[in-house]
Design a protein. Structure first.
Length: 479
């Protein structure tokens, strides 16, 4: 006889979040009305409830923000001593820790990710980034960039919706630590945690204009990219928009880093500890509903262990809890937007049409909101769209290999090159494989590990430049 445990609801209270009905733009230390008066709505993707109306910045607002950032850089932030800048970053990191619960609940409301991820990953990792770069701020002369490295000036920073608060930290922390000021544009479906960051910046008395936040969609991002007053653009998002930005900056002196998409291979050798590997597979593709640029979306399994791996994987997927993202027991939350759900649906339909076999565990999806059941495709060939294109959802494509050489060839058969995973008991095989995989990050016997001291970034169509660690300072310094 088998028995199943029923989980009682364990929702996190949303009372800790003080949502305003409307938000302005954050320019020169204050919330201001957008010039054109336009707003857009941000919704909770788990319920479709409108959370707030947010200001839509146009080119004039972007110009105001860049001017404020320039003034702050030349008059205040640039001339300030390194140690003083570090104090602001430490203060910011500490206030994030103090307000962690509020930030996590807000992030979950606006993004749809499970509270246990925003609480245990997004917010603490963001705080760790600010702490880490606070530590670098007064040690730049010892970071390997010469004895007196200089900031670039003003950075325009554009981020996606999958880790809104964490991506803001990846951008803002190294920029401020190196003496730059910035204009940040959050994604249009998840602006709220950046606006709470703005409130925190007011709370810590960060000098006005050091960080400016302009909300809006692609048009706002484009206005930022086209602004001639920027010394640097840092972009995280899709490869197609990354290419547009690269074209727009051609011939301009503005420096650029691009963190783009991925289609990572997670390679399971026959000697791997299979139960651990299955946990790594699940974490690799179902963490954050698969809305992860470095997600292990292509599973490469050595043919001799395909059956036990699939059996264990299916059993494990049957235990995932899908639903209310604010429930502390939820493993899989909502898809971030109707558009993203449509994209996942279109790509998975192509998997069916091209002859792959779809498997999904039995699960009840909520009636309202945007949801997609965890999905595994077997019988996938390398030419299938689901093996080539980034789905950015909870969808795993399974391929097999017989020899290590074949595993490497298949893993590298992608225009991307952001991350990869290797599962084997043999240390020598880890090194052999890692040396041959063309990916910015290779995880061994683990997946999706992020550390502020470790550089992250891609090859090929996954972009260029590194964020995190000492390497993450370089793109913000005139080296
Ligand atoms: P997206 O490219 O559509 O949007 C990203 C950001 O760019 C948003 O803020 C958006 O408003 C803005 N934008 C859109 N059009 C623009 C334009 N023409 N000019 C300037 N800005 C513009 O991507 P998305 O759907 O928000 O995010 C998902 C993508 O991001 C995936 O491909 C994912 O792999 C990638 N991503 C990469 C990393 C990384 O570190 N490599 C991290 C997270 C996400």
């Amino acid at each position: 006889m088998t028995s199943t445990w029923e989980y009682a609801p364990a929702p996190e209270s949303r009372d800790v979040v003080d949502l305003r009905s409307e938000y302005g733009l954050f320019i020169d230390g204050d919330f201001v009305e957008p010039h054109g008066g336009g707003t857009f709505k941000t919704v909770n993707p788990a319920t479709e409830e409108v959370l707030a109306a947010v200001g839509e910045a146009d080119a004039e607002d972007v110009d105001r923000a860049v001017a404020a950032a320039r003034r702050a850089q030349t008059e205040v932030w640039g001339p300030m001593s390194d140690a003083e800048r570090a104090k602001y970053l430490y203060r910011l990191a500490r206030v994030i820790q103090e307000r962690a619960r509020e930030l996590a609940v807000l992030e979950t409301l606006d993004n749809g990710k499970p509270i246990k991820e925003s609480r245990d990953v997004d917010v603490p990792t963001a705080a760790a980034h600010y702490f880490s770069y606070a530590g670098w701020a007064d040690k730049l002369a010892h970071a390997g960039f010469g004895s007196d490295p200089q900031p670039l000036g003003v950075a325009g920073q554009i981020i996606p919706w999958n880790f809104p608060f964490l991506m803001a930290a990846w951008k803002v922390a190294p920029a401020l630590a190196t003496g730059n000021t910035c204009v940040l544009k959050p994604a249009e479906t998840t602006p709220l945690s950046a606006l709470l960051l703005a409130e925190i910046l007011q709370q810590i008395d960060l000098p006005p204009g050091v960080v400016n936040i302009v909300t809006g969609a692609g048009g706002t991002g484009q206005a930022l990219v086209e602004h001639p007053g920027l010394d640097k653009i840092a972009f995280t998002g899709s490869t197609s928009v990354g290419k547009q930005i690269q074209r727009a900056l051609a011939g301009r002196p503005t420096k650029l880093t691009l963190e783009l998409g991925g289609k990572a291979a997670n390679v399971i050798f026959d000697d791997a500890a299979l139960d651990q590997a299955v946990e790594g597979i699940v974490n690799g593709i179902f963490f954050n509903q698969g809305h992860v640029c470095c997600a292990g979306s292509r599973l490469l399994v050595q043919e001799s262990v395909l059956e036990p791996v699939m059996d264990r994987l299916k059993r494990r997927l049957g235990t995932l809890r899908i639903g209310d993202p604010l429930d502390k027991n939820t493993d899989l939350g909502a898809i971030n937007s109707a558009e993203q759900l449509a994209r996942i649906t279109e790509l998975t339909d192509s998997g069916d049409a091209q002859g792959a076999q779809r498997w999904q565990p039995e699960c009840q999806l909520p009636d309202r909101g945007y949801w997609f059941a965890p999905t595994v495709f077997t019988g996938v060939s390398q030419s299938h769209r689901i093996a080539r294109e980034e789905i950015f959802g909870p969808v795993l494509s399974v391929l097999t290999f017989r020899t290590p050489d074949e595993a490497v060839t298949k893993a590298n058969n992608t225009p991307y090159g952001l991350s990869a995973g290797v599962w084997t008991e043999k240390g020598s095989r880890i090194l052999w494989t890692a040396e041959r995989l063309r990916a910015g990050v290779v995880w061994a016997n683990t997946f999706n590990r992020f550390d502020p001291t470790s550089p992250f970034g891609g090859y090929q169509e996954s972009g260029f430049g590194r964020e995190g660690g000492r390497h993450g300072l370089a793109p913000y310094l005139a080296t």
